[in-house]
Write a protein that binds this ligand. Structure first.
Ligand SMILES: [Zn+2]
Length: 238
Protein backbone atom coordinates (compact mmCIF):
# COMPACT_ATOMS: atom_id res chain seq x y z
CA UNK A 1 0.00 0.00 0.00
CA UNK A 2 1.29 3.46 -0.83
CA UNK A 3 0.71 6.61 1.17
CA UNK A 4 -2.77 7.97 0.37
CA UNK A 5 -1.59 11.60 0.30
CA UNK A 6 1.59 11.61 -1.82
CA UNK A 7 0.89 8.23 -3.46
CA UNK A 8 4.65 7.68 -3.67
CA UNK A 9 6.16 6.12 -0.61
CA UNK A 10 5.08 2.77 0.73
CA UNK A 11 7.08 3.14 3.92
CA UNK A 12 4.09 3.82 6.15
CA UNK A 13 4.00 4.67 9.83
CA UNK A 14 1.41 4.41 12.55
CA UNK A 15 -0.77 7.50 12.36
CA UNK A 16 -3.31 8.80 14.81
CA UNK A 17 -6.57 9.49 12.97
CA UNK A 18 -7.52 12.10 15.58
CA UNK A 19 -4.40 13.93 16.62
CA UNK A 20 -2.31 12.77 19.55
CA UNK A 21 -2.92 16.08 21.30
CA UNK A 22 -6.57 15.18 21.74
CA UNK A 23 -5.50 12.57 24.28
CA UNK A 24 -2.20 13.95 25.53
CA UNK A 25 -3.09 16.85 27.86
CA UNK A 26 -5.18 14.63 30.06
CA UNK A 27 -2.88 11.64 30.25
CA UNK A 28 -1.26 12.53 33.55
CA UNK A 29 -4.60 13.00 35.25
CA UNK A 30 -6.79 10.22 36.48
CA UNK A 31 -9.83 10.22 34.29
CA UNK A 32 -11.85 8.88 31.48
CA UNK A 33 -12.71 9.87 27.99
CA UNK A 34 -16.31 9.87 26.98
CA UNK A 35 -16.39 8.38 23.50
CA UNK A 36 -19.92 8.67 22.23
CA UNK A 37 -21.64 7.31 19.20
CA UNK A 38 -24.67 9.04 17.69
CA UNK A 39 -26.48 5.76 18.17
CA UNK A 40 -28.08 5.89 21.65
CA UNK A 41 -28.22 2.09 21.64
CA UNK A 42 -24.47 1.93 21.83
CA UNK A 43 -23.06 4.55 24.17
CA UNK A 44 -19.48 3.71 25.00
CA UNK A 45 -17.43 4.86 27.94
CA UNK A 46 -13.81 4.16 27.60
CA UNK A 47 -10.23 5.07 28.37
CA UNK A 48 -8.08 4.76 25.33
CA UNK A 49 -5.07 6.17 23.56
CA UNK A 50 -6.91 6.79 20.34
CA UNK A 51 -7.40 5.09 16.99
CA UNK A 52 -4.12 4.40 15.20
CA UNK A 53 -3.73 3.02 11.69
CA UNK A 54 -0.81 2.38 9.38
CA UNK A 55 -1.62 5.11 6.93
CA UNK A 56 0.79 7.92 6.09
CA UNK A 57 4.40 7.87 4.92
CA UNK A 58 7.04 9.50 7.12
CA UNK A 59 7.14 12.69 5.03
CA UNK A 60 3.38 13.19 5.04
CA UNK A 61 3.18 12.32 8.73
CA UNK A 62 5.84 14.96 9.42
CA UNK A 63 3.86 17.56 7.47
CA UNK A 64 0.73 16.69 9.39
CA UNK A 65 2.67 16.94 12.65
CA UNK A 66 3.58 20.55 11.91
CA UNK A 67 -0.07 21.49 11.33
CA UNK A 68 -1.12 19.60 14.45
CA UNK A 69 1.53 21.17 16.65
CA UNK A 70 0.36 24.62 15.61
CA UNK A 71 -3.27 23.90 16.52
CA UNK A 72 -2.34 22.03 19.71
CA UNK A 73 -0.40 25.07 20.93
CA UNK A 74 -3.32 27.37 20.18
CA UNK A 75 -5.60 25.13 22.22
CA UNK A 76 -3.20 24.65 25.13
CA UNK A 77 -2.62 28.38 25.41
CA UNK A 78 -6.39 28.94 25.49
CA UNK A 79 -6.27 31.22 22.44
CA UNK A 80 -9.46 29.78 21.00
CA UNK A 81 -11.67 30.27 24.06
CA UNK A 82 -12.87 33.35 25.87
CA UNK A 83 -15.18 34.44 28.69
CA UNK A 84 -17.63 35.98 26.23
CA UNK A 85 -18.93 34.66 22.94
CA UNK A 86 -18.92 35.03 20.00
CA UNK A 87 -15.16 35.18 20.35
CA UNK A 88 -13.32 36.62 17.36
CA UNK A 89 -9.91 34.99 17.06
CA UNK A 90 -7.47 36.89 14.87
CA UNK A 91 -4.01 36.30 13.54
CA UNK A 92 -4.40 32.57 12.93
CA UNK A 93 -2.08 30.93 10.45
CA UNK A 94 -4.69 30.19 7.78
CA UNK A 95 -2.65 27.46 6.06
CA UNK A 96 -1.61 25.49 9.13
CA UNK A 97 -4.97 25.75 10.88
CA UNK A 98 -6.93 24.76 7.81
CA UNK A 99 -4.56 22.01 6.68
CA UNK A 100 -4.85 20.49 10.15
CA UNK A 101 -8.63 20.27 9.84
CA UNK A 102 -8.45 19.14 6.21
CA UNK A 103 -6.00 16.37 7.07
CA UNK A 104 -8.18 15.22 9.97
CA UNK A 105 -11.11 14.93 7.57
CA UNK A 106 -9.00 13.12 4.98
CA UNK A 107 -7.68 10.60 7.50
CA UNK A 108 -11.16 10.03 8.93
CA UNK A 109 -12.59 9.44 5.45
CA UNK A 110 -9.97 6.73 4.84
CA UNK A 111 -10.04 5.07 8.24
CA UNK A 112 -11.34 1.53 8.58
CA UNK A 113 -12.20 2.02 12.23
CA UNK A 114 -15.90 2.02 13.07
CA UNK A 115 -15.50 5.33 14.91
CA UNK A 116 -15.17 6.99 11.51
CA UNK A 117 -17.71 4.88 9.60
CA UNK A 118 -20.12 7.83 9.20
CA UNK A 119 -17.58 10.11 7.54
CA UNK A 120 -18.13 9.98 3.80
CA UNK A 121 -16.84 12.00 0.86
CA UNK A 122 -17.63 12.16 -2.82
CA UNK A 123 -14.63 10.60 -4.66
CA UNK A 124 -13.92 13.79 -6.64
CA UNK A 125 -13.92 15.86 -3.44
CA UNK A 126 -11.68 13.37 -1.68
CA UNK A 127 -9.25 13.54 -4.62
CA UNK A 128 -9.26 17.35 -4.53
CA UNK A 129 -8.60 17.21 -0.79
CA UNK A 130 -5.72 14.80 -1.38
CA UNK A 131 -4.12 17.08 -3.98
CA UNK A 132 -4.40 20.13 -1.72
CA UNK A 133 -2.83 18.27 1.21
CA UNK A 134 -0.05 16.91 -0.99
CA UNK A 135 0.84 20.45 -2.12
CA UNK A 136 0.30 21.88 1.40
CA UNK A 137 -2.24 24.18 -0.20
CA UNK A 138 -5.10 25.19 2.13
CA UNK A 139 -7.28 26.15 -0.83
CA UNK A 140 -9.70 29.03 -0.95
CA UNK A 141 -12.02 29.86 1.90
CA UNK A 142 -14.95 27.86 0.53
CA UNK A 143 -12.89 24.75 -0.21
CA UNK A 144 -13.27 22.67 2.96
CA UNK A 145 -14.33 25.69 5.01
CA UNK A 146 -13.54 25.54 8.73
CA UNK A 147 -15.79 26.51 11.64
CA UNK A 148 -15.35 26.00 15.38
CA UNK A 149 -17.67 25.86 18.40
CA UNK A 150 -16.38 25.90 21.97
CA UNK A 151 -18.29 23.28 23.98
CA UNK A 152 -19.37 23.88 27.54
CA UNK A 153 -21.02 21.65 30.12
CA UNK A 154 -21.87 21.73 33.80
CA UNK A 155 -21.78 17.94 33.90
CA UNK A 156 -18.50 16.92 32.35
CA UNK A 157 -15.13 18.23 31.21
CA UNK A 158 -15.74 18.68 27.49
CA UNK A 159 -12.02 18.18 26.77
CA UNK A 160 -12.69 14.55 27.62
CA UNK A 161 -15.52 14.24 25.15
CA UNK A 162 -15.05 12.55 21.80
CA UNK A 163 -18.04 11.96 19.57
CA UNK A 164 -17.97 9.70 16.56
CA UNK A 165 -17.55 12.05 13.60
CA UNK A 166 -20.28 12.21 11.00
CA UNK A 167 -20.98 13.72 7.60
CA UNK A 168 -24.23 15.67 7.59
CA UNK A 169 -25.83 16.54 4.24
CA UNK A 170 -26.98 20.13 3.68
CA UNK A 171 -28.41 21.95 0.67
CA UNK A 172 -25.84 21.42 -2.06
CA UNK A 173 -23.18 21.03 0.60
CA UNK A 174 -22.05 18.56 3.22
CA UNK A 175 -20.78 19.29 6.71
CA UNK A 176 -18.25 16.99 8.34
CA UNK A 177 -18.64 17.24 12.10
CA UNK A 178 -16.01 16.31 14.70
CA UNK A 179 -16.05 16.71 18.48
CA UNK A 180 -12.75 16.57 20.35
CA UNK A 181 -10.45 18.66 22.57
CA UNK A 182 -13.40 20.70 23.91
CA UNK A 183 -14.59 21.88 20.50
CA UNK A 184 -16.99 20.97 17.75
CA UNK A 185 -15.05 21.22 14.48
CA UNK A 186 -17.02 21.62 11.27
CA UNK A 187 -15.53 21.24 7.80
CA UNK A 188 -18.03 22.52 5.26
CA UNK A 189 -17.70 21.19 1.73
CA UNK A 190 -19.76 23.25 -0.71
CA UNK A 191 -18.75 20.81 -3.46
CA UNK A 192 -17.83 23.49 -5.97
CA UNK A 193 -20.90 25.70 -5.35
CA UNK A 194 -20.43 29.27 -4.15
CA UNK A 195 -22.04 29.78 -0.73
CA UNK A 196 -23.59 33.13 0.20
CA UNK A 197 -21.51 35.70 2.06
CA UNK A 198 -23.68 35.24 5.15
CA UNK A 199 -22.82 31.54 5.23
CA UNK A 200 -19.17 32.07 4.39
CA UNK A 201 -18.73 34.71 7.12
CA UNK A 202 -19.00 31.99 9.72
CA UNK A 203 -15.86 30.22 8.48
CA UNK A 204 -12.12 30.83 8.86
CA UNK A 205 -10.88 33.64 6.60
CA UNK A 206 -7.61 33.63 4.60
CA UNK A 207 -6.63 36.64 6.76
CA UNK A 208 -6.68 34.34 9.77
CA UNK A 209 -9.81 35.43 11.60
CA UNK A 210 -12.34 32.99 12.95
CA UNK A 211 -15.51 33.57 14.93
CA UNK A 212 -15.85 30.95 17.67
CA UNK A 213 -19.29 30.51 19.18
CA UNK A 214 -20.11 28.43 22.21
CA UNK A 215 -22.58 25.66 22.70
CA UNK A 216 -23.65 23.71 25.75
CA UNK A 217 -23.35 20.03 24.96
CA UNK A 218 -26.88 19.48 26.25
CA UNK A 219 -28.01 21.61 23.31
CA UNK A 220 -26.43 19.26 20.81
CA UNK A 221 -29.67 17.77 19.61
CA UNK A 222 -27.94 14.80 18.00
CA UNK A 223 -26.78 13.68 21.45
CA UNK A 224 -29.87 14.25 23.57
CA UNK A 225 -30.74 10.56 23.83
CA UNK A 226 -27.19 9.48 24.50
CA UNK A 227 -26.74 11.97 27.33
CA UNK A 228 -30.06 11.01 28.87
CA UNK A 229 -28.84 7.41 28.96
CA UNK A 230 -25.49 8.45 30.42
CA UNK A 231 -27.14 10.47 33.14
CA UNK A 232 -29.43 7.54 33.97
CA UNK A 233 -26.36 5.31 34.34
CA UNK A 234 -24.65 7.92 36.53
CA UNK A 235 -21.72 8.14 34.15
CA UNK A 236 -21.56 11.91 33.89
CA UNK A 237 -19.42 12.30 37.00
CA UNK A 238 -17.08 15.19 36.51
ZN1 LIG B 1 3.10 10.41 1.76
Amino acid sequence: MTCPICQQSDDLCESHILSKFVYKPLKEEEGHFYVLSNDPERPTYTIQGGVIERLLCLDCEAKRNRWETYVANKIHRGDLICSTYPHKVEGLDYARFKLFMMSTLFMASLSNDEMFASVTMRPDRQELLRQLLDKENPGSREDFACMLWALTSSELDTRRLIIHPVTVPGTGAVFHRFVFAGFMWIVGDFQGLQPSTTVLDRFLTPQGSLIVNKKDIMDLEFLTDTFAEFRRLGKLDK
